[in-house]
Design a protein around this ligand. Structure first.
Ligand SMILES: NC(=O)c1ccc[n+]([C@@H]2O[C@H](COP(=O)([O-])OP(=O)(O)OC[C@H]3O[C@@H](n4cnc5c(N)ncnc54)[C@H](O)[C@@H]3O)[C@@H](O)[C@H]2O)c1
Length: 352
């Protein structure tokens, strides 16, 4: 039987651990895997684009486990009452090739994206950062706010969304969680006084959520929403003033803010800063930019973390995904022509 963590089990796991301890644990798991970056197979994700969105597969392996995520991005879905981003993932044992975990990853993607963003800020933002602007107050936004509060010590969040109802929803969800939450009338107003700016809007185009004049010295930008070819959030001039950090360069060149720059423009991979082989922020006046697109290793870390949590709390279901046979060559026997072909609790159809 393969372990299955569905939406209900994921909610139970997060509640059992507590949201912020869960985000902090997840951040530690991702950081630990980033610090052994060389162990992983790495490839840009495989994207299937349509005129309304994208469906992607994100595989990686460390030689012991193999993981992949299926994820979509459909900005128009929200207006139809559907999620912009949905996902599920699989973790397998490399020694047998058998899947060992199937998990929902819609919630887990929001959690791992926020944990990765906060991990990057921990290494790149000014340590005295206390105020963060969040532009785009949709599904990802509360996770971002709470991960930054838990991991980087953010105390105030300044919200802006073109749809004020989204900001009100975000503020209501963050109420009572120890954050000072301010809804702002414009993006310009939101970024004023912010040490960290998170952009997490959804639009299938080259958008300009931040213009150059909106970003002052010393700011850390966490650019999350520009994650597809032809989909960016920052004016190019901001990139030219920033130290740019990416997950996996080959993928970010295709999907990130740096698609606006020449192919050879210098960027640093975040794992190098974590491993101590490259510098992060070099002065309090630097503008640092985490050009986040989301990379397979983050999902791999998240799947492993969820598996550990699920097993330790006993919160999972069992999925009848693999035919476990006494005689593995007698696959035909499962159709009812052999006697007791299964090793586990499965039964041939007529016995059920
Ligand atoms: N980098 C990553 O790892 C990663 C992971 C998950 C999602 N994403 C991306 O993050 C983005 C947000 O995802 P979501 O699930 O929160 O989407 P969502 O549709 O739930 O929310 C997006 C919000 O952005 C707002 N918005 C759109 N244009 C805006 C503008 N010009 N100014 C201010 N607000 C604006 C919308 O009104 C909406 O409330 C998507 O583009 C998604 O692809 C990236």
């Amino acid at each position: 039987m393969v372990r299955f963590v569905g939406v209900d089990a994921m909610i139970k796991l997060v509640r059992r651990t507590g949201l912020q301890p869960f985000l902090t644990g997840l951040c530690g798991a991702i950081e630990s895997d980033f610090s052994r970056w060389q162990n992983f197979e790495k490839t840009p994700r495989i994207a299937s684009h349509s005129s309304v969105g994208v469906i992607e597969l994100m595989p990686t392996s460390d030689g012991d486990h193999y993981g992949f995520k299926y994820v979509n991005g459909h900005p128009k879905n929200m207006k139809e009452g559907l999620q912009t981003v949905t996902a599920f993932g699989v973790l397998s044992d490399v020694s047998t090739g058998y899947p060992i975990l199937v998990s929902e990853m819609t919630l887990l993607t929001a959690l791992r994206t926020a944990a990765t963003s906060a991990m990057a800020a921990k290494h790149l933002a000014r340590p005295d950062s206390r105020c963060m602007a969040i532009i785009g107050n949709g599904a990802q936004s509360e996770f971002q706010a709470l991960a930054f509060a838990a991991i980087t010590g953010i105390e105030q969040v300044r919200l802006y969304d073109i749809d004020r109802a989204a900001s009100r929803k975000c503020a209501a969800n963050l109420a009572g969680r120890g954050l000072d939450v301010v809804i702002c009338p414009s993006a310009q107003d939101a970024v004023s006084g912010a040490d960290i700016i998170t952009t997490v809007t959804a639009d299938k185009q080259y958008a300009t959520i931040l213009t150059d004049n909106m970003v002052g010295e010393g700011v850390h930008i966490n650019a999350v929403g520009g994650d597809c070819p032809g989909k960016t959030e920052l004016h190019r001039d901001i990139l030219l003033r920033s130290r740019i950090f990416v997950e996996f360069t080959a993928q970010t060149r295709i999907e990130g803010e740096i698609q606006q720059l020449p192919e050879n423009y210098p960027v640093t991979e975040l794992w190098q800063v974590i491993a101590g082989t490259e510098a992060g922020r070099q002065s309090a006046r630097d503008i640092t930019l985490f050009d986040s697109v989301g990379f397979a290793i983050e999902d791999f870390s998240a799947l492993n973390f969820v598996r550990e949590q699920a097993l330790s709390h006993g919160i999972y279901e069992e999925l009848d995904l693999i035919a476990d046979l006494h005689d593995p060559r007698n696959l035909f026997g499962v159709l009812g022509h052999g006697s007791a072909p299964f090793r586990g609790p499965q039964q041939p159809p007529e016995a059920a």
